[in-house]
Ligand binder design. Structure first.
Ligand code: HPA
Length: 272
């Protein structure tokens, strides 16, 4: 934890904003914004009012915390994240997760848009993380050891199997196509070359993206139960004739928004 701002300050600000005490937090990535809109919000706090929170600069990332109910279930939603490729340190990228831990959530659902490497994956499908491969060049756990937290974190099981099971049930109820696979994290911001995607496939990756893994590491360091969900927005580079663009990624995610919202709402209702 190298950020100079204490996560407890922003956590206290969130606690003052609403009497609700959700135990589940959800970070909404590219294209998952509709989930925030589907909430019955008790409080909405812009990131600019949360000390230490970075301001997202990417289209599709809003920058607002919401505390309220989703399908009747209490949730704390962070609508928008910052990425390593925006030039932030890993400490900054993961600061909101330290705030969520200080606030007292027990579980964290991370969402993102990803490119599909597995040939069975179609644009508009979803993938829950069974595991990940981290090819980002920096690590949010690097640096002085935060008091009481593990430095040499065990990653045998980053993604909580009980939560994954609930995601599967939630997807069935929402009629969303959900795969389970390995996410490979790259630094971005460029999309990959076809040769890189061929290499990643050989490494065992099913999907590729530019986020989520740093947040999952920090969440595990704090002992949170973690689940992660990708919306497969495009076939990865070279696996189709299609060229890649952020606009297309957002368009596909928007088309999948209704299913994404149904899936996440069902998950929140079954979270315990
Ligand atoms: N590669 C990396 N990140 C992504 C992609 C991709 O193809 N699609 C959405 N995010």
């Amino acid at each position: 934890m190298t950020s100079k701002v204490n996560p407890k300050t922003a956590a206290a600000r969130l606690r003052r904003a609403s009497r609700l005490r959700p135990r589940l937090a959800i970070i909404l990535g590219s294209g998952f914004r509709a989930v925030a809109e589907a909430m019955d919000a008790d409080a909405a706090i812009p990131y600019s009012k949360l000390p230490g929170f970075p301001k997202p600069s990417v289209a599709g990332h809003r920058g607002e915390a919401r505390i309220g109910k989703l399908g009747g279930a209490p949730v704390l939603v962070l609508n928008g994240r910052v990425h390593y490729y925006e030039g932030h340190s890993m400490a900054t990228v993961t600061f909101p997760v330290r705030v969520l831990a200080a606030y007292g959530v027990e579980s964290l659902l991370l969402t993102n848009a990803a490119g599909g490497i597995n040939p069975n994956y179609r644009a508009g499908d979803f993938m829950l993380f069974k595991d990940h491969i981290n090819l980002q060049p920096d690590n949010p756990l690097r640096g002085p050891q935060p008091k009481g937290l593990e430095r040499f974190l065990d990653l045998t099981q980053v993604y909580d199997p009980a939560h994954s099971k609930k995601l599967r049930t939630a997807a069935r109820a929402a009629r969303a196509k959900l795969h389970a696979g390995t996410y490979l994290a790259v630094p971005g911001p460029n999309y990959e070359t076809p040769a890189e995607i061929r290499a990643f496939k050989k490494l065992g990756a099913d999907a590729v993206g530019m986020s989520t893994v740093p947040e999952a590491l920090v969440a595990r360091q704090h002992g949170l139960r973690v689940a992660a969900l990708s919306c497969i927005t495009n076939p990865a580079a070279g696996t189709s004739k299609q060229k890649l663009s952020h606009e297309d990624v957002l368009t596909t995610a928007a088309q999948a928004a209704k299913k994404a919202t149904g899936l996440i709402t069902n998950f929140a209702q079954h979270h315990d």
